[in-house]
Design a binder for this molecule. Structure first.
Ligand SMILES: Nc1ncnc2c1ncn2[C@@H]1O[C@H](COP(=O)(O)OP(=O)(O)OP(=O)(O)O)[C@@H](O)[C@H]1O
Ligand SMILES: [Mg+2]
Length: 340
């Protein structure tokens, strides 16, 4: 059976002529029903552009889709009728954004904004739609929903606003939810609560979830599988436990070393990955990560590494992936990372 969502060899450019930036250089990932895929990578690696292309909300122009496929339950979406895309958005696939405050309209009550979808997409009366909005606020565990539904976004805390955004995205009962950095603007405790909520809602609804983040720590507990992006490519993919224990790409290792660990000595310095991601207008020859890689040799400068199969649905785009997998890490398993 076809996966819920399948992105295959997706290519997107911005700009023209010498200014052209290849933002996606062959992104592939898939999400099955009811599972959570985390998409991880530094700023600018193409996580959001991929999500926007999947949702059909990428600005074209300046963006240009130059290749690849996006399939929802086997149906090709690139080039599909705009009316079909509009129907799928909300009904079948929904997305929540990093900044809930700017995504909510300040002049309407939270309830009105949720109710709108029931009115316009389901034809409910204003009163029935408001009742459904209260139910949605309840579902995202907003206390006193009957009262809260009448309030404006500025009367909600950051965490509550993000919950309201989640309620809005789930109103039409989508089968796939893409959450683009849903917790970056929140403090650590609230981040964990929102992650738990998303995880519970996924389970209750049997929904597929794509969790976009630059923070490995945030998704450690909830991700089934993880796709690591670098310079517009997926450079490693594995189930979460494998990725933690036996990363095959030095970049993945670097991401792990830059995340605080529960067993770190208090105050021990984190080791950020040296250097910066490449300019997408001038991606280096060979392995795009080689200028920052402590293990790079001549071959890495000249030859682009293909994704290598490492067994058990684990792939990494490094010439020496097998060696790194065999070495493993001294780090605890996912479960230990989370629970200590
Ligand atoms: N509308 C646009 N016009 C031109 N370039 C764009 C546009 N949108 C995105 N880009 C470029 O595409 C690249 C990938 O951006 P994207 O937003 O997907 O990164 P990201 O991985 O989501 O990063 P972040 O963690 O910062 O959200 C960046 O270099 C960005 O500057
Ligand atoms: Mg982004």
């Amino acid at each position: 059976m076809a996966p819920l969502l399948e992105v295959e060899d997706l290519r997107v450019e911005f700009g023209r002529g010498p200014e052209t930036a290849s933002v996606l250089n062959g992104v592939s990932y898939h999400v099955d029903e009811g599972e959570t895929l985390a998409v991880l990578g530094e700023s600018g690696s193409g996580k959001s552009v991929t999500a926007q292309t999947v949702m059909g909300i990428l600005d074209l122009p300046p963006g240009r889709i130059t290749g690849g496929a996006v399939r929802f339950r086997g149906e090709e979406l690139l080039g599909a009728d705009p009316e079909r895309r509009r129907l799928l958005r909300g009904e079948s696939m929904a997305m929540i954004f990093q900044d809930a405050l700017s995504a909510l309209n300040p002049v309407y009550t939270v309830g009105f904004q949720i109710a709108e979808q029931f009115r316009f997409r389901r034809g409910l009366s204003r009163r029935d739609a408001t009742a459904r909005a209260v139910e949605m606020l309840d579902q995202v565990r907003i206390p006193n929903a009957k009262q809260r539904v009448k309030e404006y976004p500025h009367q909600f805390s950051g965490g509550m606003r993000q919950r309201a955004m989640i309620a809005m995205s789930l109103a039409l009962d989508p089968e796939l939810l893409i959450a683009d950095e849903p917790t970056t603007a929140l403090d650590v405790t609230v981040q964990a609560q929102i992650m738990d909520l998303l995880d519970e809602l996924r389970r209750e609804r049997g929904m597929g979830l794509v969790l976009i983040t630059h923070d490995l720590g945030v998704v450690a507990e909830v991700a089934d599988r993880i796709a690591v992006m670098y310079a517009g490519r997926v450079v490693e993919h594995a189930d979460a436990a494998t990725l933690y224990a036996r990363p095959g790409h030095p970049y993945t290792r670097g991401l792990m070393d830059s995340v605080p660990r529960v067993d770190d000595v208090a105050g021990a310095p984190l080791r950020p990955i040296p250097g910066l991601p490449p300019s997408l207008a001038a991606i280096p020859d060979g392995c795009p990560f080689h200028p920052r890689c402590a293990h790079a040799v001549d071959r890495c400068v000249t030859e682009v590494p293909a994704l290598r199969e490492l067994g058990g649905d684990h792939q990494a785009a490094c010439h020496f992936a097998e060696r790194f997998v065999a070495e493993g890490t001294d780090r605890p398993t996912t479960h230990e990372v989370v629970s200590g």
